[in-house]
Design a protein around this ligand. Structure first.
Ligand code: PLP
Length: 440
């Protein structure tokens, strides 16, 4: 019998989910291994989204499981302020070997949202320390997602995520997003159209006064907003404009970090070095929650410069650098290296791309976007169905047919683990095709 038939479903308030509908028709997962989940009704479900863009090494990797088991049995927790433990330092060092040169000071948090708020606070603290305390404001981008804390919600660019929460941080502004189906539908990888949109940053800086801006925060590839790949030259131009005005550039790499687009970070793939990188998800393969924010050495040096015994930054979390998370992080980075998973992501990219784009002529599809192992299939309305309804029905069809995809508004998102195989990619795509055809 399904557990959900006897479970009390009332108390758990499920995040980012239509609670009433879910509780009417619950979908519960009970086990996981490699590319698969097991559902409560005993089906093997092929995971097309690596959990939530996060289980990059696949589920329950034995090396990560063992590291977590060993650490929890050895030391559950070490006081995070004025005390620490070796694995936090070891993990920070390992991360700094993967980040672009110069971004080698690592601050730990527990979620992508915390990594973002850490980045925003430290950016302001840096300017305060340099005597530019008027730089308190941030520019981000429409359709951007930067988590759900107050800072991240304020710079977020998805209207539904902001509208219930009042004024939020004052003084934020948003660049236009770069998705234009007329100009770039069905682009593979980076679109060639859209570089000029980076110039909008100059316009906003003129309007808002560049000397009041602390930082520009963007996802190098928009993830939750629908896998929007940056136009060629766009990130380079944003970097140039930030440099010209003394503004810090923050890449939110919570999704794009750790092999999702075939490199340790999108900064490396696009050859654009920001001043700050936020990361989470793939850092521990989601085995234990953990995030990190990498800062350029100059930022750390500017702030950590007072008398020896004085706390330099009044910021941090009880669980910053948590020993079990650090053990999971170290083991996960070992798996990536030992199994060549970033390379596998690159190797699978053309297969993933071709497979996704083979759906182009299916009904309702108005765009397909992809880079690395992230992709979106975007539906438009036709006849009496709305795009959201189509996406929702395709998601349900796939789940009932043993494939997990992500339903997000008008699109279906895919982000398989970096261990994915060709046959599995094809199975995911073909199940989506059948899901669409079942609607006709
Ligand atoms: C780019 C980006 N930033 C921040 C976050 C927030 O991460 P979390 O949900 O761990 O707080 C996410 C989550 O999906 C994300 O995609």
């Amino acid at each position: 019998m399904k557990q959900s038939n006897t479970l009390n479903l009332d108390n758990f308030w499920i995040p980012f989910t239509a609670n009433k509908a879910f509780k009417e028709e619950p979908r519960l997962l009970v086990e996981a291994e490699g590319m698969f989940y097991k559902s409560e009704d005993d089906r093997q479900i092929l995971d097309g989204i690596a959990g939530l863009w996060c289980c990059n090494a696949g589920h329950c990797h034995p090396h990560i499981v063992k590291a977590v088991q060993d650490q929890i049995a050895t030391m559950d927790y070490a006081t995070a302020f004025n005390m620490s433990h070796p694995k936090a330092f070891q993990l920070a060092e390992k991360i700094s070997e993967l980040t672009p040169k110069g971004l080698d000071r690592i601050f730990f948090g527990n979620s992508g949202s915390e990594a973002v708020d850490t980045a925003l606070k430290v950016a302001v603290a840096y300017h305060v320390s340099r005597g530019e305390g008027q730089r308190t404001r941030f520019i981000s981008r429409e359709k951007g997602y930067h988590g759900v804390n107050v800072g991240g919600t304020s710079v977020g660019g998805i209207p539904t995520n902001r509208k219930s929460f009042g004024a939020l941080l004052s003084g934020t502004d948003h660049l236009p997003h770069t998705w234009n189906p007329k100009e770039m539908a069905f682009s593979k990888g980076q679109p060639t159209w859209g570089l000029h949109l980076a110039e909008e940053l100059e316009s906003i800086l003129t309007l808002q006064d560049a000397s009041t801006i602390a930082g520009v925060i963007i996802e190098p590839v928009v993830g939750s907003g629908g896998v929007i790949v940056p136009p060629e030259g766009y990130l380079e131009r944003i970097r140039e404009i930030c440099d010209k005005h003394g503004i810090l550039l923050i890449f939110d790499e919570v999704i794009t970090g750790f092999g999702r687009i075939g490199h340790a970070f999108a900064a490396e793939r696009f050859n654009v070095t920001p001043d700050i990188i936020t990361m989470a998800k793939g850092l521990t393969g989601a085995a234990i929650p953990m995030s990190a924010t990498a800062f350029k050495t100059e930022i750390y040096d500017e702030i950590v410069n007072g008398p020896d015994s004085v706390i330099e930054l009044f910021h941090g979390y009880t669980y910053s650098g948590h020993p079990v998370a650090a053990a999971a992080g170290l083991a996960t980075l070992e798996v990536y290296e030992n199994e060549g998973l970033f390379d596998n992501s690159l190797k699978m990219e053309p297969i993933f791309q071709d497979s996704l784009h083979s759906l182009k002529d299916e009904k309702y599809i108005i765009d397909i976007r992809n880079i690395g192992l992230m992709g979106a299939i975007h539906f438009g309305s036709e006849d009496d169905k709305t795009a959201v309804e189509v996406a929702s029905k395709v998601f349900k069809y796939c789940y009932e047919n043993n494939v997990l995809v992500r339903f997000s508004g008008e699109f279906i998102v895919l982000s398989p683990a970096l261990i994915v195989e060709e046959e599995q990619i094809k199975l995911i795509t073909e199940t989506i095709r059948q899901g669409i055809q079942s609607l006709n």
